[in-house]
Design a protein around this ligand. Structure first.
Ligand code: PDD
Length: 321
């Protein structure tokens, strides 16, 4: 295995039972992920802590992965402990051989496709899913971006109606992200039938008169792992939260808009198309939720650290006994 100092250039990845440099990983062209976009993925942040790394809200990521696989009839190749162990292996390989630093935030990308078969739309019988795991450094938005907020553009949601499935068939989302890029915007916020759905790769939140709103969980949005988290954090911050349909005109008159995702955490939207959001500055609800998000990370890291110390002292005791 070639050691590369920059993990973002050539991380070590897991593909169908093997650890290989990304540059050497290959799937057959008849993989249904390539031919049909017939697969599921997950993106989970891995935050370092003293003596290890936590996959933040990992239980929730695994539950969503299991739900998505189930919805498209792919058997989950691992149980929760198996996924945990596999991701730990990929992290360890990248720390040992690909320059991933122990103190670096990282992201775990997991993809499972139905597998390789002669081309034909319906599910082929008796094929093995393709399993891919990649761990790369995560560069979270910086303080300047949080202080300034981001500009988003709006567009009609023209995607399919199974947006709750975290499918690798992302052309609708790709086109939206490209639309945002071409318009110098951070994200494209979508409306279906005049009602807010979500961004091209994020959930969208609205604040009006101190109340936080989000579109309800449904097949029209991907339920972000941050959806449940932020719902919990609003409770902790004594911010009223309501999940309900949000009309386009309401969003345009919001006091605050926030986007959330694994790779962005929470970010304030300070401009929507060419209008300022509220007073054009990140708001108080964003500030409270950002701080609560960081506390939630620290709490999970502390718990993981304590659990690890518990395991270590247990095994020390076993050795002494
Ligand atoms: N995407 N909605 C869509 C369409 C998304 O693609 C994402 C995240 C979210 C937020 O989900 P979460 O809070 O679990 O990250 C909502 C990931 C980051 C991606 O595709 O890279």
């Amino acid at each position: 295995m070639t050691a590369v100092s920059d993990v973002s250039l050539d991380p070590i990845v897991y593909l169908n039972g093997e650890l290989v440099p990304l540059s050497e990983a290959r799937v057959p062209v008849l993989d249904r992920g390539f031919i049909f976009g017939d697969g599921i993925y997950e993106v989970a942040p891995l935050y370092p802590h003293a003596g290890g790394r936590t996959a933040f809200r990992f239980r929730h990521h695994l539950a969503r992965l299991a739900r998505s696989l189930d919805k498209i009839g792919i058997v989950n190749p691992f149980d929760a402990a198996g996924w945990r162990e596999l991701i730990d292996r990929v992290v360890a390989a990248n720390e040992a051989d690909a320059g991933l630093r122990a103190d670096q935030d990282a992201i775990a990308y997991v993809q499972i496709t139905r597998g390789v078969a002669k081309r034909g739309h319906a599910f082929p019988a008796g094929i093995q899913p393709t399993v891919f795991v990649m761990v790369t450094p995560l560069n979270l938005p910086g303080a300047a971006q949080r202080a300034q907020g981001v500009r988003c553009v709006t567009a009609e949601d023209r995607r399919w109606l199974n947006c709750d499935i975290k499918s690798v068939s992302l052309l609708g989302n790709v086109l939206m992200a490209q639309y945002a890029a071409e318009n110098d915007a951070f994200e494209a916020i979508q409306f279906r039938d005049g009602m807010l759905t979500e961004g091209s790769s994020s959930n969208v939140w609205m604040v009006k008169d101190g109340v936080m709103y989000a579109p309800p969980r449904s097949h029209k949005i991907l339920e972000g792992i941050r959806y449940g988290l932020i719902e919990e954090l609003t409770g902790e911050c004594a911010i009223r939260f309501e999940a309900r349909e949000i009309a386009e005109a309401e969003l345009r008159a919001a006091d605050e808009i926030i986007v959330s995702s694994a790779t962005k955490e929470v970010l304030p939207v300070t401009q929507l198309d060419d209008q300022p959001v509220g007073d054009g500055k990140p708001g108080a609800v964003f500030a409270a939720l950002y701080a609560a998000y960081q506390r939630a990370k620290a709490k999970e890291a502390q718990e993981a650290h304590e659990a690890q110390q518990g395991v270590e002292s247990e095994s020390r005791e076993r050795v002494i006994a």
